[in-house]
Unconditional design. Structure first.
Lengths: 317, 482
């Protein structure tokens, strides 16, 4: 946080409210119109090839099911490292994203197959609802870090946010951030589908950034709507403006509902024309997804071979 | 370097769909005829200066022939055609425009220089919508509020500009036909091709001969048409200068005119505006269609407390505008329509610098051939500068500031024009208050350049007479209606 911003916001409820309520509003029609217009960009040939590889390198390959098994997680890790076993020019994905108890399994397996550079992200703080005591949330996060998670995807307490308790949300993020320290990157999940308005998305984005988030993330993937283009647009505007305010670049992670190459490329266009290409790196932009990766691979094959292959040419998870 | 990460490869729309003839005649009485003078002139692609086709220079004799054809068609056919039948023709035209939308979009882009994204998403769909909308009115005119037996004028002379060639044709032709008039239309000298393609639509729709006549040519052709003794009404969209000539010409002839003329629209941003969307709205207001828009928001009025932040955001957004090949689907700003218009833009911009305003243009590479001007803003503009008063009709924005809402209204209204205005604030009461103060025919709140056939469009003061579109627009083509 910059010095002037630090003076303005001491973490108290009133200082947060004064700051967040003074942010310019978001005009719904205008924001949706801008996102829709950017959705008409036509990304073809060489730029499509680039976009596909970029998108693959940004995927947080995710499995967050009650039915997850160590076997499934390991097979996902193998895929994360070599998404297309027949083509080693395909980049590895941005990270693996799993529940806490799978973190160690994923970390160990990745290390054993040469995937040391792929981080393991854990969803934390009573994901997906965030309905637990702070003590439990801290313990949950501690557990993930100890198991080898280098990225923590925490959820905010939407109930507190919606009832205007900005200070409470701020303190929770700050405590989790303190726990993460230098060991783990902190992604803060806003669950935009529950925030109801773009104004709230903007406020929650700033609240998370002020409290120390390294990334702001749209959704848990358990609530719809999730990473819609206008929501991502509003969050990208927030990180862009936060950068000009503080000189600090915060990442953005849309998650949920991004299933096709077309969806993913639309996200990259949003980044390119909102924050600029500085954010077009896995360090600052990730896409939380599972099915997306196979579609990216199939489109990549199509560009390479000139024809579509059946789904049998990409691996199932 | 980061900038290379994600360059958009060229994504040009194919022009194969457009089958141009090398030469075009005039469309009179349902037939293609040669102009009496035999003279032809070239219509060029302003993005490349390539000749697209040669079109006919209509003269007095051709205008006579066209007006006569329209008169005969009115007397013998169109005035006897039942309203329900007129509606069928309009529906047919609307559907044909939709069916051939891509062809029209590509041709409009080629002939005008505007981006395919705009012709595809705005010009052509809106043109079709105008025909659909007016088709609906044709058999319901007695319920429009202009008496229980509304009558057409007869033969209408229509002259349209080059900025939205097909759309302006639709704005003129659709209501004229719906109300039962016949038409002689002169498209703009630099953009006649979609009007000629529209003549093909009239043939395809089997519209009776003479109901729509299209005479191409330059200003002398337009003058011959306006001054013709057997027309019953004039409808013109174009410059205020020519509008005044037309007003003079009809003053002692007892025929009415609808004039849609220039503008110097104020886009007013208050400090409580939705800033990011306001930036988009300002961009859209002045750079849509290269600023060749009579209702463009060409004066930005900014509240003093947000000037610096807003201009920073505006400039960084301007730097992202994609200038280039109009047929590329990712182009935001296309070519300036003509060499003449380009020199007018340059002349006015130079006056801005000379008179003490600060110029800033977005860094972009302009193509070597064709007519181009980069997205440009002037800051430090005062009300006395020419660039604050005269219509530039190009991608050039003049930025003025204000301290209080009253001052904003005073500055916004301080112009001989009164076509459009934009209000940007999240405070509803301020929108309602400002809309009452502003002397402009169209006022947008937290948006800009939104058009719909059901919404009347027109100006105060030197921006024109009458309205186009909606129930109000019908009055322009119904005898005695106000």
């Amino acid at each position: 946080m910059s010095e002037s911003l630090g003076k303005l916001i001491d973490g108290s409820e009133s200082s947060l409210r004064a700051f967040l309520d003074n942010l310019p509003g978001v005009d719904k029609v205008g924001a949706e119109g801008r996102a829709a217009m950017l959705g008409t960009r036509s990304i073809k040939t060489t730029s499509k090839a680039r976009a596909i590889d970029l998108a693959i390198s940004m995927v947080d390959l995710t499995t967050l099911e009650g039915a997850d098994t160590p076997g499934k997680v390991r097979s996902l890790c193998a895929k994360a490292l070599r998404p297309d076993p027949t083509d080693l020019t395909v980049p590895h994905v941005g990270a693996i994203c799993v529940y806490n108890d799978m973190v160690k399994i994923a970390r160990d397996y990745l290390d054993s197959i040469g995937g040391q550079s792929i981080p393991v992200a854990a969803v934390s703080t009573a994901f997906p609802s965030g309905r637990a005591s702070m003590e439990v949330k801290l313990r949950d996060t501690q557990d993930a870090i100890e198991s080898g998670a280098s990225e923590i995807d925490m959820v905010i307490d939407r109930g507190a946010f919606l009832s205007g308790k900005f200070g409470l949300v701020f303190d929770e993020i700050r405590e989790i951030k303190a726990l993460c320290g230098e060991t783990a990157h902190l992604k803060v999940i806003l669950e935009t589908g529950e925030l109801a308005t773009y104004d709230n998305v903007r406020k929650a984005s700033y609240l998370a950034m002020l409290a120390g988030a390294d990334f702001i993330k749209t959704s848990t993937g358990k609530v719809a709507p999730a990473a819609t283009p206008p929501v991502v647009l509003v969050m990208l505007e927030a990180v862009r403006d936060f950068f000009s305010l503080t000189g600090k670049r915060i990442g953005v992670k849309p998650a949920g509902g991004i299933r096709t190459t077309k969806d993913a490329i639309k996200q990259l266009v949003l980044v390119n024309e909102t924050t600029g290409p500085e954010w077009l790196t896995p360090k600052l932009f990730r896409i939380g997804a599972s099915a997306l990766l196979n579609d990216l691979l199939m489109q990549r094959m199509k560009l390479r071979n000139g024809r579509y292959s059946s789904a049998n040419y990409v691996t199932v998870d | 370097m980061a900038a290379d990460i994600f360059e958009y490869a060229p994504a040009p729309e194919s022009r194969a769909i457009v089958k141009l003839k090398s030469e075009y005649g005039l469309f009179i009485n349902g037939k293609w005829v040669s102009p009496q003078s035999k003279k032809k002139f070239a219509s060029i692609n302003p993005a490349t200066e390539e000749v697209l086709a040669k079109v006919s220079q209509g003269s007095q004799a051709d205008v006579d022939k066209a007006v006569k054809a329209a008169r005969v068609a009115y007397n013998k056919v169109w005035s006897k055609t039942k309203p329900k039948e007129r509606a069928k023709y309009l529906f047919r035209i609307a559907r044909l425009l939709q069916e051939r939308a891509r062809e029209f979009a590509v041709l409009e882009s080629l002939d005008n220089g505007k981006p395919i994204r705009e012709t595809r998403d705005v010009d052509i769909p809106l043109s079709a919508a105008h025909f659909f909308y007016h088709a609906g009115w044709a058999d319901k005119l007695e319920y429009a509020g202009y008496g229980d037996n509304p009558k057409p004028y007869g033969v209408v002379a229509q002259i349209i500009p080059w900025n939205f060639p097909l759309l302006m044709l639709a704005w003129k032709v659709a209501p004229a036909l719906a109300t039962g008039n016949t038409v002689v239309l002169k498209p703009a000298e630099t953009t006649p091709l979609t009007a000629l393609l529209f003549a093909e639509i009239c043939e395809q729709a089997e519209l009776p001969a003479g109901v729509v006549n299209i005479v191409t040519g330059d200003g002398t052709t337009g003058a011959a048409l306006v001054n013709h003794g057997d027309i019953d009404k004039v409808a013109f969209t174009g410059s205020t200068e020519v509008g005044k000539l037309i007003a003079n010409s009809i003053a002692d002839r007892g025929i009415p005119a609808t004039l849609e003329l220039g503008g110097k629209g104020a886009n007013i941003v208050f400090d409580d505006a939705p800033i990011d969307e306001a930036v988009e709205g300002i961009i859209n207001g002045i750079f849509f269609n290269q600023g060749h828009v009579c209702c463009a928001g060409s004066r930005l009025l900014l509240q003093e407390s947000i000037v610096d932040d807003f201009l920073t955001k505006l400039q960084s957004r301007m730097a992202k505008i994609r200038v280039g090949d109009p047929l590329d689907k990712n182009t935001d700003l296309g070519a300036i329509n003509s060499a003449a218009q380009l020199s007018k833009i340059k002349e006015l911009s130079e006056s801005g610098t000379k008179e003490g305003a600060n110029i800033w243009s977005a860094p972009c590479t302009l193509p070597a051939k064709g007519f181009w001007y980069p997205p440009t803003i002037f800051t430090g503009v005062t009300g006395a500068h020419r660039i604050a008063r005269e219509e530039i009709f190009g991608p050039v924005l003049s930025v003025l500031t204000f301290r209080t809402p009253n001052e904003a209204m005073e500055k916004a209204n301080n112009t001989p024009f009164g076509l459009s205005a934009g209000i940007w604030t999240e405070k509803g009461s301020k929108i309602l208050w400002a809309a009452q103060q502003l002397k402009a025919g169209v006022i947008w709140a937290n948006t800009f350049n939104k058009f719909d056939p059901a919404s009347p469009f027109g100006g105060y003061k030197e921006s024109g007479w009458g309205r186009e579109g909606g129930r109000h627009g019908l009055a322009a083509y119904i005898k005695g209606a106000k």
